[in-house]
Design a protein around this ligand. Structure first.
Ligand SMILES: [Ca+2]
Length: 283
């Protein structure tokens, strides 16, 4: 019998839940189609509604558990792998490749900024999480989203090369590079390796895209999407490089978004009607 433990809230709403689980499985009793946690105590099993918050998950039994924000609204079961909301966290890392590999940021408040880490993301994806949803919000409070099926990373030996399949949503398919062939050739992120300022794997021969664009990413030469870029508090910005937080098919490359989050879950997940109803998109 699987042992599951739900501990009382400590600071914030951390819940320890680290037996081979991740957000989809916490919020993933598919027969109930409900975001719930099964509590197992002697002779009794029952369910409670699951809340948005930070959970300590353990997708691989041979690795240490780690903290992550589980978004149980928006259908439920989402593991948030990246979030930008206030510019407080430095994504232009000094110790670069290893920070992006292991993860960094703050894991406390519901809008705290972090990068979960390429190793953690890789482990979650290799466990079957493969739907990627990206939430976007501009400085007028308007929201858009993009969903990609078959989101996958290769391992570190291949520098976390990025793959993804079918797009749906209302933000435009910027990860594929934009609307015309020339843009796609130079800016599509499909098949690109991860680049940081100390490890250049991009297709820009004359330089390093991560240095110009202020954060690690799956750069081509260089990008149509730059979600780890510099946080501008204005929306439109000027500079020598288009290094803001960019989703080019919505606001172009000279507009930096106010809020973005990247989240993943299992592709067979059935949207939940519960969760705690909290709007996870911050603001
Ligand atoms: Ca280069």
């Amino acid at each position: 019998m699987q042992h599951e433990t739900l501990l009382p809230t400590t600071s914030g709403n951390l819940i320890v839940y680290d037996q081979g689980t991740f957000c989809s499985s916490i919020c993933g009793n598919f027969s109930l189609q409900k975001c719930s946690v099964r509590l197992s105590v002697p002779h009794v099993s029952y369910f409670i509604s699951t809340k948005n918050g930070y959970y300590r998950i353990r997708p691989r039994a041979d690795r240490e558990p780690f903290l992550v924000y589980c978004d149980m609204s928006d259908g439920g079961g989402w593991t948030v792998i990246q979030r930008r909301s206030n510019g407080k966290e430095n994504f232009n890392r000094w110790v670069k490749w290893d920070d992006y590999k292991l993860g960094f940021g703050k894991f406390q408040g519901k809008t705290d900024e972090y990068w979960l880490g390429n190793d953690h993301i890789y482990d979650l994806l290799s466990r079957g999480e493969s739907s990627l949803k990206i939430d976007l919000m501009d400085w007028h409070g308007e929201r858009r989203y993009a969903v990609y099926e078959n989101f996958q990373l290769n391992n570190e030996q291949d520098n976390y090369r990025l793959w993804f399949g079918t797009y749906s949503g209302n933000a435009g398919d910027a990860l594929s590079g934009g609307s015309n062939f020339e843009d796609q050739w130079s800016a599509s992120h499909k098949g690109m390796q991860f680049t940081t300022s100390d490890k250049d794997h991009d297709r820009f021969l004359a330089g390093n895209c991560a240095l110009e664009n202020k954060g690690g990413w799956w750069f081509n030469r260089c990008h149509a999407v730059n979600l780890n870029g510099r946080y501008y508090k204005t929306g439109r910005y000027n500079g020598s490089h288009d290094n803001g937080i960019i989703w080019s098919t919505w606001h172009g490359t000279w507009y930096s978004l106010k809020y973005v989050a990247m989240k993943i879950r299992a592709p067979f997940f059935v949207d939940s009607e519960s969760g705690d109803g909290e709007n996870s998109q911050g603001g």
